[in-house]
Each structure stands twice: as C-alpha cells, then as structure tokens.
Design a protein around this ligand. Structure first.
Ligand SMILES: Nc1nc2c(ncn2[C@@H]2O[C@H](COP(=O)(O)OP(=O)(O)OP(=O)(O)O)[C@@H](O)[C@H]2O)c(=O)[nH]1
Ligand SMILES: [Mg+2]
Length: 458
C-alpha cells in the first residue's frame, strides 16, 4: 500500500524556546530538500547521512521563514520506520505554523492526531499496547504512573500476552492435527493435560485482571473522601493536606455544603481528595443535599478519611458513619488532639477495626503519620515495576475478561466430557480476544478510534 507524507507541529502551541515540526513518509527528504538551505548553500539533506543534525534556514521560495536545526532519520531507524525529518525552529506559534505551512506547500499533508504513532504500529515497530502506552507516558501525573507506562512501552504487556497466546495456539494446533490424523496423534488423556494448561493460563489472566484496581489508582489517583460530623475539622484537614486555604473553615457546624475536590501528590501517589458536608440528621434542605452527597461519595471512594472531633463524645451520627465504613478502605483521625480528650483511640477501637491516628488539623500535627499510613495501605513496601505489570487500560481489561470467559467455557467442556472440537472453538475465541490487546486482527475502526485520542504531532 502506498503511503503519503505527513507533517505536524509536535510541540505545544504556545510560545516557548523551541518548536518542532515533524515530517514522516516517503517524500520527507524531497520536501526538506525544497525548503532547507544550509549556511553555505552547499548541501542537500537527502544526500546526508542518517541520524545527523544540520544547521540552516527554511525558505519558502525566496522568503526566509526561520533559522533552524534539522534532524534526519532515515527509515527504518525512526519512530515511524519511515524517512522522518524533525525541524527544530523557534517556538513561537506564528513561526511554527509558518514552517508547517511551508512543509505542506511543498508536498506533505497535515497529519491526523496520533498518526505518527499509528504508523509506528502499522509498520510493526510497536504493538497496539505499546502504542497506547505512549499516550499514557505523555499523560502521566506521577512517578508510579510514569514507570508503569514506560514498562508497558517497553512491551511488558505484549510479552505476557504473546506468551499466553503461544500456549493456546499450540493446543489448538494439536487438537486440529489429532482430529485430522487420529492414527498419529492420540487424544487419550488429553482433556486432563489441557485442563492443567488452561488452569495455568487462567491464573495468569486473573493475576493481570487483579492488577486493574491498582492500575487505575496509579494512573488516575486514589479517590479519597473526607467524612465526619459537622465541625470535626474536615475542611481544616483538607487545607492542611493541600498546604493552602482552599476550603472555608469556621466554627459554625454545617459550613461546608457542597463537595470540594483537590489533588495532592503523596510521594508519587496521587490522591484526589474530596471534602464533604458534615454528616448529621438535618431539616435544612440545602444541608441535607450536601449530607446525601457525602454519603454517596463515601460509598464510591477508594479511601475514606473519617474525621472525629476527639474533644466531643461519639453519638448516633458517628455510629451511623462507622457502620457505613465497615467494608471500606478507611482511616480514622481523632482530630483536635490539642484540646481535652473525650474520645480516645481505645474507645474508637471498640467499634471499628481500622487504623486510628490522633492529629491536630489546625496545628498540623500527625500529618506525616497520615501520609505514611495511606502509603502503606495502598502499596505495601515499594512497588517494583520491573516484575509487576499493571493493567491500566480499560480496553485491555475487557479483552482479558473476554478471554477469561472463553477459557472457563473450555474448562466446562472438559468437565462435561464434550468432544475435542468444542475445546478448540473456545480456545480460539480466547486467543483472538487476547490478540485484540496487542492489535492482531483488530478492526480499522478501533485502530482509528484509539489513535484519535492522541495529541497532534505524536
Ligand atoms: N482546637 C482545634 N480546633 C480545630 C482543629 N481542627 C479544626 N478546628 C476548628 O474546628 C472548627 C471547624 O473546622 P472545619 O474545618 O470548618 O470543620 P468541618 O468538619 O469542615 O465542618 P463542616 O464543614 O461544618 O462540616 C473551626 O473553628 C476550626 O478552626 C484542631 O486540630 N484543633
Ligand atoms: Mg467543612
């Protein structure tokens, strides 16, 4: 299939030190030869060695457009595997656009979002899971998300999937051969052997599926909600954690009416923290809406921070909250440790078995302990991305779930003593579902949809 030559501005469209215009495709060198002029006007870049950098100017006919550095990367040793040119120009929006226009005028066409990476995929340099991780690297918000995306970019998911698929195709081929040629292949005892293999593959898939929750947390952050009775000090805690006065704090019970969300970074883990209205029985219409919202967030959160005013006694509102917390990942903070204590750690321990920490939100005491406890809860010790793979992509998760379903059908057919050709149909389905992850035999529409989420010039 003949491909054309594409170009785009690869850097942000805002004034900055340098900007990069990227060109990829069979006519890249032809295009650059028409618009690049070296200082001594003595060379054609198409004649220069690959992976070299050249100083000079971009001209549109007689008109000089900018002073530039040009990188030449001849295929297949480039991101797209095609001849690729990068023009480093001054990073002004107008000048970048002017250079792109010139490149387009002399033979390239505008690239679509993600089209460079799509070519890297279509030309076999990376598989689909690696291509998808490119956008995750760009969007990474913290060091764990970045390490996980980089490990996927190196091919950690692909390698696992390829190995599993090899096992499955081996069995499919064996069944087909045995059915075709019963004289040479025996299927006696085969169902038991197959069961062992499928069990092993399912273990592997379950392990990958089991990483989905942590994967989402790595990528998007821990959804955290602060709950408690009015006046417990929830908003004060939010402000202390964020390090800025974001929420209104007063001594009036029922100050916070609506939810307020802030983001903090805890040693590489992102917490998306929501401050809520104090939970209590109330007839106030507006406050009641706030309380209902707080309860709803409490149910959905990855982590609940329950703040108790330790200078007061527990009451029915507290017991209600404690009841709702039972099945949640939660920590309990006994706030206002600077005041006389009415509710001690020992008292609370009687009602609920969760980490309990004494703090003062106002005087910023006990905050490190909160942070350490949260880190421990989510990532016992340090996470190593070298040996653990996190599934962070919903598409991968669905494909894994589909393949799991098909493999469970294989196990059922074995248990029911079904004929062997039943096994191979479901094995094949599992094989194909897994193939979707790495981009084997995926539909064009899906490929287009995936790459359309990319930024321009990537
Ligand atoms: N002494 C003391 N007072 C505190 C502490 N933390 C908060 N307060 C005070 O408690 C009062 C209520 O604090 P807020 O942070 O508004 O409490 P809240 O839980 O958000 O209250 P609502 O929004 O009404 O539900 C304010 O007067 C705070 O200054 C603390 O550690 N020690
Ligand atoms: Mg508040």
């Amino acid at each position: 299939m003949k491909t054309d030559t594409i170009a785009a501005i690869a850097t942000a469209m805002s004034p900055s030190g340098i900007g990069i215009v990227r060109i990829s495709g069979p006519e890249s060198l032809e295009v650059i030869d028409k618009i690049y002029v070296s200082r001594k006007k003595d060379k054609k870049l198409s004649q220069c060695k690959t992976h070299t950098i050249h100083y000079g100017y971009i001209y549109d006919g007689e008109e000089m457009v900018d002073e530039v550095m040009v990188l030449i990367m001849k295929g297949p040793n480039s991101y797209t595997r095609e001849d690729t040119i990068e023009i480093d120009c001054h990073g002004g929006v107008y000048v970048m656009k002017k250079i792109l226009e010139t490149v387009l005028k002399y033979g390239a066409r505008p690239a679509e979002p993600g089209e460079f990476t799509k070519r890297a995929f279509l030309n076999g340099r990376i598989d689909l899971s690696q291509a998808e991780s490119v956008i995750d690297v760009i969007n990474s918000k913290n060091k764990y998300a970045l390490s996980s995306s980089l490990s996927q970019l190196k091919g950690s998911i692909k390698d696992d999937i390829v190995k599993i698929r090899e096992k499955l195709i081996h069995e499919i081929a064996f069944i087909e051969s045995a059915l075709d040629d019963p004289e040479h292949y025996s299927l006696d005892d085969y169902p038991e052997q197959l069961k062992t293999i499928v069990d092993g593959v399912l273990d592997n898939i379950n392990r990958l599926l089991g990483s989905v929750d942590n994967g989402r947390i790595l990528k998007e952050g821990v959804s955290t909600v602060i709950v408690g009775k009015p006046n417990a000090g929830k908003s004060s805690l939010l402000n202390t954690l964020v390090g800025e006065d974001r929420a209104i704090v007063t001594d009036v019970a029922g100050t916070t009416r609506d939810v307020l969300e802030e983001q903090i970074n805890l040693d590489g883990i992102t917490l998306n923290i929501i401050d809520t209205a104090g939970i209590r029985e109330t007839d106030d219409v507006v406050e009641k809406i706030g309380v209902d919202k707080a309860k709803k967030y409490l149910q959905k959160a990855d982590l609940v921070i329950y703040v108790i005013d330790s200078s007061t006694k527990l009451d029915d509102n507290d017991f209600e909250i404690i009841e709702d917390l039972k099945d949640q990942r939660a920590i309990i903070l006994l706030n206002k440790s600077d005041l006389e204590t009415e509710t001690t750690v020992d008292v609370v321990k009687k009602y609920i078995d969760k980490p309990i920490i004494s703090i003062s939100a106002k005087h910023k005491e006990g905050i490190t302990e909160i942070e350490d406890t949260i880190k421990d809860m989510f990532f016992k010790g340090d996470i190593s991305f070298n040996d653990e793979i996190f599934i962070t992509n919903a598409r991968h998760k669905n494909a894994l779930a589909d393949s799991k379903e098909s493999l469970e059908l294989v196990l059922r057919s074995i248990a029911d003593g079904m004929p062997e050709d039943f096994f191979s149909i479901d094995l094949m389905n599992a094989y194909e579902s897994l193939g979707n992850i790495i981009g084997e035999s995926v539909e064009d529409d899906l490929v287009n949809e995936i790459f359309s989420k990319f930024c321009m010039g990537k």
